[in-house]
Design a binder for this molecule. Structure first.
Ligand SMILES: N[C@@H](CCC(=O)N[C@@H](CS)C(=O)NCC(=O)O)C(=O)O
Length: 255
């Protein structure tokens, strides 16, 4: 067991990327400390954070002074350091298959992000309860980049764009038809009989379909539904399901 202070996770409640890393850490029984980022207020664009992760996204892992970012890269790093239980296939073909699932998720994450900015993203910023001026001041404490101010202002002032959601959903649903077909060959997990980082990469994204208006994904796509059912039986699923608490828009960075 690694001491909690050895592993620091720059984390965010409700976001799929950090959840992937939490699932991997839990599967491996590694303890860690989360530093909660407030994504609505742009903690992730603070210059000090950009020094760790120039993409300005969560998650980032700090392990004994080493900085690792991108959820799937972090998870492969953890698997190499702590191979039990093994979450990366041993054979090159299996490894390629696992990474193709990473690429698959990364690809449809783009239209998903557009749709989710219209729904969950706008709600997240509106739910801060801040006026446009207060929001400007809060974001200004974190970043001087006007682009982020503009983004937040637009979110507060423009209504949800139903066309964007409908268009992106049409693209996403077409893409995940391939995943339904793959699972339809009777495999238990995305790479076959063994649970791998591929399942960890895709599961937290699939769980968010309700937030972009598709509450019945698992009924529409029954093989994906059955796979999600298996994922949800793993203790790491529930333990990693950290959402903002009532009245809390975002967790704040631990001191
Ligand atoms: N490929 C990256 C994607 C990371 C990502 O998009 N993170 C989202 C949360 S899941 C984020 O930080 N969003 C804040 C922003 O866009 O400013 C990974 O898997 O780590």
């Amino acid at each position: 067991m690694t001491a909690a202070d050895d592993i620091i996770l720059y984390d965010a409640a409700g976001a799929p990327g950090p959840r992937r890393v939490r699932i991997c850490l839990l599967e491996k029984g590694l303890s860690f400390t989360s530093r909660w980022m407030n994504l609505a207020l742009m903690d992730q664009k603070h210059p000090a954070y950009l020094e760790l992760n120039p993409m300005g996204l969560v998650p980032t892992l700090l392990h004994r002074g080493e900085v690792i970012f991108d959820s799937n890269v972090i998870n492969e790093y953890l698997d190499t350091l702590h191979p039990e239980p093994r979450l990366v296939p041993l054979d090159p073909r299996g490894q390629a298959e696992m990474r193709m699932w990473f690429a698959f998720e990364g690809d449809f994450a783009k239209p998903f992000r557009d749709a989710s900015y219209e729904t969950a993203g706008k709600a997240r910023i509106r739910n801060t309860g801040l006026t446009a001026e207060e929001l400007r001041a809060e974001i200004g404490k974190r970043t001087n980049n006007e682009a982020y101010q503009k983004f937040a202002r637009n979110v507060l002032t423009t209504p949800t764009d139903e066309d964007v959601i409908a268009d992106r959903l049409a693209v996403i649903l077409e893409k995940i038809g391939a995943m339904e077909a793959r699972l339809g060959d009777g495999r238990t997990w995305l790479c076959g009989d063994t649970f791998t980082l591929a399942d960890i990469a895709v599961g937290p994204r699939m769980d968010l379909f309700g937030s972009i208006g598709v509450a019945d994904l698992q009924q529409r796509l029954p093989c994906i539904g059955a796979w999600m059912g298996r994922l949800k039986q793993r203790p790491s699923w529930l333990a990693s399901a950290i959402l903002p608490e009532p009245g809390e828009t975002e967790r704040h960075i631990a001191a």
